[in-house]
Design a protein around this ligand. Sequence first.
Ligand SMILES: Cc1cc2nc3c(=O)[nH]c(=O)nc-3n(C[C@H](O)[C@H](O)[C@H](O)COP(=O)(O)OP(=O)(O)OC[C@H]3O[C@@H](n4cnc5c(N)ncnc54)[C@H](O)[C@@H]3O)c2cc1C
Length: 326
Amino acid sequence: MKSEIVITDLDSINKQKVQIPSSIKLLNLKHIAKKNFQPGGETYAWMYVKSFLKSRHIGYTKNISRPNESRISCSRLSPYLAYGNLSSRQIYQFFNRSTKNRDIKNFLSRLQWRCHFMQKFDDEPEMEFKNINKAYDTIRNNYDENLLIRWKEGITGIPIIDACMRCLDQTGYLNFRMRAMIVSFAAFNLWQDWKNFSHHLAKKFLDYEPGIHYSQIQMQSAVTGINTVRIYNPVKNSIDLDPKGEFIKKWLPELSNIPSENVHQPWKMTLIEQQMYDFQIGKDYPNPIVDIDLSRKEASNKIWEIKKTAKSKYFGKKILNKHVNS
Ligand SMILES: Cc1cc2nc3c(=O)[nH]c(=O)nc-3n(C[C@H](O)[C@H](O)[C@H](O)COP(=O)(O)OP(=O)(O)OC[C@H]3O[C@@H](n4cnc5c(N)ncnc54)[C@H](O)[C@@H]3O)c2cc1C
């Protein structure tokens, strides 16, 4: 990271015209890009770098898990890194003089994680398709297309999940905690195999980077056997991280007229409350597709049953030896 940055003189390169065979279809990115996506290119990448150093980093650590605030106070450099508009070395050297600042320090440590995960993926690219721990291979067999469609389209009836899915579709971005939570919801509450939804998310994230993506999806689905099992409670996360429901109301206009205290669990509104705010659960917004508490408990039992087995421990040790201890 500290070595000199090589500047390539593009004019000195021996350029040749290439005839693209008609059999190769070029992607028309203009059709894919949406108006709320971050603009591409190196010029914008540097604008994001500079505005982050100037002021946006203030509150980085405090806001990193909040769905709304993190959109400003996180660096938002991930798409520029993924597309190669900037390298992590360029970013590291630009910020390195400010490492006494706690927020910048925390940000730089994540850049390091990025390298770690990408190296892991280079060593074991099969993790795009297979559990890195075989002990978990047969646990989620009940593929339910209907449940996954509701999840993908943001109509699960759990407002924070639906707001995340619709926001992701429109902007190509979610902060770390919300990404972890939507995966946790699909993997635990809906009990779906990550292989049936990982490619959908890969297409939606503007910063799609396989090295980080598949490691995280496997960790958040708890199929590694070596990481802490985290089953996020979407309602608790909603109340803690979006207390006024601003993020939810922005992405779910059908909930914009109900009071903030009801927005996290609209299915709990009484009939009188629904009438008062001209809102009908089941008509204006769906009932939850799953019982959060019950499904969480069932999922936790199933995962721990496997995690305790000798097989899970055996493969876990092998993973640690390969990726951590070697
Ligand atoms: C299920 C899931 C899937 C993810 N998929 C991707 C992905 O495809 N591409 C991607 O870039 N990040 C991914 N992440 C990690 C993280 O959510 C994003 O890197 C981060 O939200 C990007 O925003 P930022 O640039 O403002 O991050 P900042 O917090 O400003 O971090 C700076 C940079 O550090 C790197 N980074 C941040 N968090 C992590 C992390 N946990 N692990 C490794 N590197 C990290 C990124 O390159 C990021 O741009 C995923 C996380 C989860 C839970």
